[in-house]
Design a protein around this ligand. Structure first.
Ligand SMILES: [Zn+2]
Ligand SMILES: [Zn+2]
Length: 1099
């Protein structure tokens, strides 16, 4: 005990105090259970637990996000096993019955408030970095905690006893020496059995040891800990063949291992191993966040324990990969050398044969580089090489030993994962640090980046962000990311952008975040492209938002691809708003934010009902008796559903006849109102699917083409049960409609599914065909109206359709208020802001009135259209002073990392180019690359459209035929071999490099000195955005000299400031007497950020 420092003991004392609260919370849960369930008693039985899970939790209005483990522990019913997370989830979220009186509600509210405070402190402790707390903080937290516990009914003086160090000592239990001896013997027998892989025997022996009375807690903690480890071993032995990741019930060995580990921890809270075991089980359950928390506690108690450190590093690394969704990143997909070369060919026009020839050549000049190539070939396989990690690691190591950064980085990567070499995070760290210390430019081919340096720096950033092997340190992470960004890393630019976006580790800076996202995206990072698209959406830059979204999809971003229909939907919503509002008002309207928040959650305007309601038959029946048609319908449907479920629950095996009746009842329920059919639990769902499959099969065998009631019923059931597979079901429904052209229900389903697929024209078609069967079928009238509104062609037509629905639907139908809200939105789009005062407000009011007659089960009423209109009203009522026009500061661009990079590179190149020109070998390799396609001037200028740099995709090599790009030259140029290098800026103040080839012979000097001077303006016809020049970065390439049309001299910017581009700059650099600046500030930026010194001395 003495080895644990005071501050660490403080931490664990608070932990114990929180644990102590569980006793009270369990009691609280039981009280509430009785209160909410007409006095029923919670008896800690599995029956009680299972019923609660399937009847109460599954139907709860508020969604309870219980993990599989938590669900299992609830299902077991034994509330003594529940931890604070589970208990507070249940206590805070379970719906309260409507029958409570004011005093009861007040008491519950009060308890909830305390519970929330308790949870807050618990979270604070759980995320406490060092797990050690000084006396000041300890006393403060202790007071806060004990105040809460006393309010829950604990006695102050009892709690104070826990403050004493003696809580960690042996409790004054009476010891039975005989039993202790016996228990220890059983434990060593069990351990032997474990060694012999007889895990079941070992568990039996441990169990015997645990139950013996009079054995010290610490000994029992050891037995429990051992047993937990044995259970995991047993699980692994048994599960080799199966792929069952999720825990299903409390017999699962992993669940029991967790319970045992927690018991060990409870019996001896300051023993590292208890925490370690808990962590180990969580890693097996793939819950790495929880594992990390447990390992951190263990490490606090035994700071030099390597076993814990290793497990912690491992979990942090896996958790990091999960958070980053690496499995979805197209760049991390393993590719063979051939695939890689083909991809390069597609993207940049490099000939694979030439690259392979180059590999052979490299052997002569750069043997270490050649080893890296071999390593890559072995890692993923190649035409003549079989995939082999050991060989790969060997070649990377060979390259690394010669000082090759790429070799070091790749060896680190393999070492981190234990591929071909032993897994060793520490050694990997050393390799990364060594790689990061190499020069950023390739030591032989100076124009190339030294591969491996930026990659290693990025990996170091990740390590510090996650705390793998090193101490977690966000400032250090930002430092390494920044270095990697400077050396060309796209991923680091993205990660650093996110830090600026959220203000983690650095001061929050949205402008900087956006610049970094731009940089990362133009370097090809698919995640940055998606984030940027969302960000631009929020700034109403819809055109660029769409551009970047498309680019994200093209670069293989799976999340972007999946959410594409929703993104387009959101864009439409925003576009409609942009069309309706003056720009200053747009800034304060929430719907824009909502519209792309919905992007992330996957909500759409035409969203599926996700069954958030509970349908209480008795309550509904009451309404029905008082004349509610909707309630009557729901009751009818519920009756059929109950009939169906009765058949299933009455006996284990049911006959074919019973199956047929079941299908009929279920289909009846679906026909009347499918939303009430809430199938309790996955197991029940599986059972129902099996029955439906069997009945369907029998129908098919008996009578392939004969239509029958049973056949129609089973088709309905099948469609509804698999409705989430839209594409499949829409085809299925197609054949149903053919077979049963008089069954309106298939048309209703088909109309809905087409709506979810955003195929609104098909929805309208389905609706119209169905309405021929029954023109007053209001479900179809409603689908038609929604589809017409989303089709966006004629708002008046949509309004008319809503009116048709409202004319026949019952007044308390759940879609009546939404119809009014949607109509109000339609009117808003027709009349724009003018409508807000009159017709929009009037219809909005009708919607509010309609809400008042809604059944309780559909309240609170949710409607996206309502949210949208509400915030329009709010924004309009704001005083003008609060509406600020967006800020536009062109000076911001001066610190744009892409601009800095472009200008720096240009100047560096100018400074070094004389050296390159005099070195023939280097010129051979670093010289010009053939273009993938050739840029040519258009035959005529007529019909050319303007294009800006940001509209040209920086990740794709492409000639923009039929476009013209207008730019200003912003840098001096001196050399013209092999091409003239310029830096240009367009009207949006975006800048880029431009390389001019095939200019007339002998005119280089004249062109650089007299024509392409700083401040000159030019138009480029059919501009070619070239990728994969020497440094694989984007640039504007001119192959056809006649595509350049210089503007007249009168357009030229005279005496342009080198830094900000303002005309008539008066200051002149005192050294070179050439560079002009408008202010001292501009000169400083030019010197510091853009490295003026590279060109200062040149004449
Ligand atoms: Zn200036
Ligand atoms: Zn100068």
């Amino acid at each position: 005990m003495t080895s644990v420092s005071k501050n660490v003991r403080n931490y664990f004392k608070l932990d114990l105090l929180i644990d102590r609260s569980n006793l009270k919370l369990r009691q609280l849960f039981k009280n509430r259970y009785s209160l909410f369930n007409n006095g029923k008693v919670w008896d800690d039985s599995p029956t009680c637990g299972n019923n609660y899970l399937t009847n109460t939790i599954a139907h709860n209005k508020k969604k309870l996000n219980l993990t599989p483990v938590e669900k299992t522990s609830v299902a077991s019913g034994d509330s003594n096993e529940w931890d604070l997370t589970t208990l507070s989830a249940l206590l805070l979220n379970i719906d309260r019955p409507k029958t409570l009186n004011t005093a009861q509600i007040e008491q519950l509210d009060n308890e909830d408030r305390l519970l929330n405070q308790l949870r807050e402190i618990r979270n604070k402790l759980a995320h406490h970095q060092k797990k050690s707390i000084d006396d000041v903080e300890f006393n403060q937290l202790w007071t806060e905690l004990s105040t809460i516990l006393v309010a829950f009914g604990y006695i102050d003086s009892e709690l104070d006893k826990l403050k004493d160090d003696s809580v960690f000592e042996f409790s004054s239990q009476s010891i039975n020496d005989e039993n202790v001896k016996e228990a220890k013997k059983l434990n060593s027998l069990a351990s032997q059995a474990h060694k012999n892989l007889n895990f079941s025997d070992a568990i039996t022996l441990f169990t015997k040891a645990i139950v013996l009375a009079g054995v010290p807690d610490h000994d029992r903690a050891i037995f429990y800990s051992n047993m937990s480890s044995t259970r995991l071993a047993l699980y692994e032995q048994e599960s080799e063949s199966s792929n069952n990741f999720e825990i299903e019930d409390s017999t699962d060995q992993r669940y029991r291992a967790l319970c045992d580990a927690k018991k060990a921890r409870a019996l001896w809270p300051t023993w590292w191993k208890g925490h370690f075991r808990v962590g180990k089980v969580y890693t097996v359950l793939n819950e790495h966040e929880k594992a990390i928390n447990s390992f951190e506690r263990a490490l606090t108690l035994d700071p030099i324990n390597n076993e814990i450190r290793k497990a912690l590093d491992e979990s942090r690394q896996i958790y990091g990969r999960q958070i980053r969704q690496e499995h979805l990143d197209p760049r991390l997909k393993p590719t063979t050398m051939s695939e890689h070369l083909n991809e390069m060919q597609q993207k940049m026009g490099t000939n694979p044969a030439h690259v392979r020839a180059g590999h052979a050549l490299i052997q002569e000049i750069d043997p270490a580089g050649a080893d890296v190539v071999k390593g890559h070939k072995y890692e993923h396989g190649d035409i003549d090489v079989k995939q082999d990690y050991e060989q790969a690691a060997k070649y990377f190591a060979k390259a690394a030993s010669q000082g090759n950064a790429e070799g070091m980085y790749n060896l680190a990567r393999l070492t981190d994962r234990g591929l071909g070499v032993e897994k060793d995070h520490n050694f990997a760290l050393k390799l990364l640090e060594e790689a990061a210390a190499q020069p950023p430019k390739h030591p032989i081919f100076n124009a190339f980046p030294n591969l491996g340096v930026a990659e290693a720096e990025h990996s170091l950033g990740l390590r510090y962000a996650e705390g793998v092997v090193v101490h977690k340190n966000l400032v250090a992470a930002a430092y390494w990311y920044e270095r990697a960004v400077d050396h060309g890393s796209a991923q680091s630019a993205n990660n650093l952008a996110l830090m600026y976006l959220h203000g983690t580790g650095v001061d929050k800076d949205l402008d900087k975040a956006e610049q970094l996202l731009q940089l990362s995206a133009r370097r090809g990072d698919p995640n940055a492209m998606l984030t940027l698209a969302t960000l631009l959406c929020g700034k109403n830059d819809l055109k660029m938002a769409k551009n970047w979204y498309d680019r994200a999809c093209e670069s293989g971003n799976i999340i972007a691809e999946i959410n594409r229909p929703m993104f387009e939907q959101a864009l439409q919503v925003i576009q409609k708003l942009v069309d309706c509002c003056p720009p200053n008002l747009l800034q304060v309207i929430n719907p824009i934010k909502n519209a792309f928040d919905s992007l992330q959650t996957g909500k759409t305007a035409y969203k599926r009902c996700d069954h958030p309601y509970i349908y209480d038959y008795n309550v509904l029946n009451g309404y029905a008796n008082r004349g509610s048609i909707t309630a009557k319908t729901l009751c009818d449907a519920l009756e059929h559903f109950a009939q169906a479920l009765n058949i299933l629950t009455q006996s284990e095996s049911i006959t074919e006849t019973q199956e047929n009746i079941f299908v009929h009842e279920l289909a009846e329920c679906y026909r009347i109102e499918h939303i009430v059919a809430q199938i309790p639990g996955v197991k029940m769902y599986k059972k129902i699917v099996e029955i439906v499959d069997r009945v369907l099969h029998r129908c098919n065998v008996e009578s392939t083409s004969v239509a029958s009631q049973l056949n129609e019923d089973v088709l309905i059931c099948y469609a509804l049960l698999h409705i989430d597979s839209y594409e499949l079901i829409i085809k299925f429904l197609g054949s149903c409609k053919q077979k049963y052209p008089k069954s309106i229900y298939f048309f209703r389903l088909s109309a809905s599914v087409n709506g979810w697929l955003h195929r609104y024209e098909d929805t309208v078609f389905d609706a119209n065909t169905g309405l021929e069967i029954d023109p007053n079928y209001y479900e179809l009238l409603y689908s038609k109206a929604v589809a017409l509104r989303l089709l966006d062609s004629d708002m008046n037509e949509a309004i008319e359709a809503y009116r048709a629905f409202l004319a026949v639907a019952p007044k308390d139908h759940r879609k009546v208020p939404e119809s009014y809200y949607a109509m109000a939105a339609c009117y808003f789009y027709i009349h724009k802001l003018d409508g807000l005062a009159g017709i929009v407000k009037k219809v909005y009011k009708q919607a509010e009135d309609a809400e008042k007659v809604q059944l309780l089960c559909f309240l609170p009423y949710e409607s996206d259209n309502k949210t949208l209109l509400k915030s329009m009203f709010d924004a309009q009522s704001l005083p003008d002073a609060e509406i600020v026009a967006p800020r536009r500061d062109h000076k911001l661009r001066l610190t744009n990392p892409h601009r800095i990079e472009v200008i720096k590179q240009h100047r560096e190149w100018e400074a070094k180019s004389s050296f390159v020109q005099n070195n023939a070998t280097l010129d051979l390799i670093s010289g010009s690359h053939q273009p993938r396609v050739r840029q040519q001037t258009a035959k005529s200028l007529i019909g050319l459209k303007a294009i800006s740099l940001k509209e040209m995709d920086p990740t794709t090599d492409h000639v923009y035929d039929g476009y013209v790009l207008s730019v200003t030259i912003i840098e001096q140029t001196y050399t013209w071999t092999p091409s003239i290098h310029l830096v240009i800026e367009d009207e949006n103040f975006d800048c880029e490099r431009m390389f001019i080839y095939s200019f007339p012979d002998g005119q280089g000097k004249y062109l650089t000195n007299k024509v392409f001077t700083i401040g000159s303006k030019m138009n480029i016809i059919n501009p070619y955005l070239r990728l994969g020049g020497t440094d694989m970065k984007s640039l504007v390439r001119i192959d056809d000299f006649s595509s350049i049309i210089m503007q007249s001299e009168s357009e030229q910017v005279l005496n342009m400031c080198r830094c900000c581009g303002e005309p008539n700059a008066l200051h002149v650099c005192s050294k070179c007497k050439q560079a002009r600046y408008c202010t001292k500030e501009c000169q400083t930026i030019d010197w510091q950020l853009y490295k003026h010194k590279f060109i200062c001395q040149r004449q």
